[in-house]
Design a protein around this ligand. Structure first.
Ligand code: 4AD
Ligand code: MG
Length: 468
């Protein structure tokens, strides 16, 4: 009889009862009785473990029965319907190969390990149930992203990671250089005594990108609609549970879209992702619900159907002021003109609406230079989408498509035209209304998994003072 080499996911979906199967994975537990050992393995392809029954007449039974949690094995045997509760099938071992044993100091013992502890062993934490669930859901969200935007008719664009632009104009860039900065005395100098970047690798100062938006706009004004999906880098010194120095962003940009079209697109996209996770990641959601967020599935199901709230910034300020008068305590001011702080965002989305909220038309003073100016002269066509538990998950806007207005906004914000001539030229050469947004991919993973620290939804988190 031929041996079927199957992942656990395939074993549980195909359930080839009666066939000879080779299952491989890492041991979760070994329980020895008189005649048998019950060896529970998991290969990471699914939340479900496979129970293997090893008879003591197996040639290397001694070695198998002594294996510890974390050892890696390959077991060939007959797959049979299980009598036991909690699993549909089990494997009756006929041959067991030990790929790699573990010493007793293997850090992932059965007893509950904290997420903080696991952050110190980022190379091993994917072997836990929690991280297996999170990263399988992360995968699902990535696939759902491509399916969604491709289905909408937009093209996947790879914007550059090394760029000379500061796309947000916030100065939070990581420089990229081949100059030997460890020897400042030897750096090439200009006549004025400054570092001469003309002698650097690219002949100019460049940095890691903070956004793919600007390049995305050039392609949207050519292909109609695009989306980028890649890493972005921000050297902002915010050590919060929602900020990373390297994070992934999904940035669609669509020609002929106004802000309402973009808000509709973002709503459909979020709902699409929720639907895909609900349909394809049940076991993982149930696990996360049990251990991390008691109403995870219910909330996702509710939001999948619900209408997202839409309010202007001015209306948001109104709600916050009224709440303050009614006794709500805020640490930061919430007067018209001040930026919404996390506490305000959380109040709106968690307490006031208990739903995702789309806030539009913010004051231009604290929004990026490229946003379309409203006729009131004070606000811009910006939108932020806030969700309970995470806060801002999406930031977007209609873009300023008027050449002169864009130039004056850049002047007001002290953004030099030099280096952005090409961007301005998009407004000189067949300008078109267009809009887009950026979804913080890790924040989306947080929302769908119920994880409360962004460091736990990216494989190897990069944060200030931490690049393990
Ligand atoms: O609001 P942001 O800064 O918007 C942009 O970058 C625009 N260029 C997007 C666009 O219109 N194409 O960032 C977008 C999203 C935020 O809403 C947030 O979810 C996430 O990116 N984000 C971060 N996620 C993790 N760590 C950080 N440091 C983040 N900064 C922003
Ligand atoms: Mg933002």
């Amino acid at each position: 009889m031929s041996v079927k080499k199957l992942t656990l996911k395939k074993i549980f979906t195909q359930e080839p009862v009666g066939e000879i199967v080779l299952a491989q994975g890492w041991i979760r537990s070994v329980r020895n009785s008189k005649e048998f050992s019950f060896v529970v393995i998991n290969d990471g392809t699914t939340q479900n473990n496979l129970q293997v029954i090893v008879n003591n007449n197996l040639e290397n039974y001694e070695d198998i029965s002594k294996l510890l949690t974390g050892a890696c094995v390959g077991i060939t045997g007959k797959l049979v319907a299980s009598q036991g509760k909690g699993q549909s099938v089990e494997l009756h071992a006929e041959k067991a190969v030990i790929y790699g044993g573990v010493p007793e100091d293997y850090p992932l013992q059965k007893k509950g390990t904290t997420l903080e502890f696991l952050r110190d062993i980022p190379h091993l934490r994917p072997r836990t149930n929690t991280f297996g669930a999170v990263f399988r859901i992360r995968h699902q969200l990535a696939q759902a992203t491509h399916r969604f935007f491709s289905g909408e008719g937009y093209y996947y664009l790879n914007s550059p990671l090394i760029t000379a632009n500061d796309g947000e104009g916030a100065g939070e860039m990581f420089n990229v250089t081949t100059l030997n900065i460890s020897k400042p005395d030897l750096l090439p100098k200009t006549k004025e005594g400054k570092t001469d970047f003309a002698k650097d690798f690219f002949g100019a100062p460049v940095n890691l990108t903070v956004t793919g938006q600007l390049e995305g706009e050039a392609f949207a004004m050519a292909l109609g609609g695009i989306y980028t999906f890649g890493p972005t880098f921000r050297a902002e010194n915010s050590n919060t549970p929602r900020h990373l120095s390297e994070f992934w962003m999904v940035e669609p940009e669509v020609a002929f879209f106004d802000l309402e079209d973009t808000a509709d697109l973002a709503t459909r996209y979020l709902k699409h992702m929720i639907g895909e996770v609900l349909n394809n990641c049940r076991d993982d959601l149930e696990f996360l619900q049990k251990f991390y967020k008691k109403d995870l599935i219910e909330t996702l199901e509710h939001v999948h159907q619900a209408e997202f709230k839409r309010i202007t910034y001015t209306e948001a300020i109104d709600i916050l002021q009224k709440a303050k008068e009614a006794g709500e305590q805020f640490q930061f001011p919430c007067d018209w003109g001040s930026d919404l702080q996390t506490e305000h965002e959380r109040f709106l989305t968690e307490k006031h609406f208990n739903l995702p909220v789309i806030v539009t038309d913010y004051p231009k003073s604290f929004k990026a230079f490229y946003m379309k100016q409203n006729a009131d002269g004070k606000t811009v066509r910006a939108m932020d989408i806030l969700v309970p538990g995470v806060g801002e998950i999406i930031g977007g806007s209609q873009r300023e498509d008027d050449y002169q207005k864009l130039i004056s906004a850049m002047k007001e914000k002290n953004i030099p035209e030099e280096g952005l001539e090409w961007y301005l030229n998009l407004r000189r050469f067949g300008s078109a209304p267009h809009s887009g947004f950026g979804l913080g991919f890790e924040r989306a993973v947080m929302y769908m998994t119920g994880m409360t620290n962004i460091r736990d939804v990216i494989p190897f988190p990069r944060t200030p003072n931490n690049c393990k």
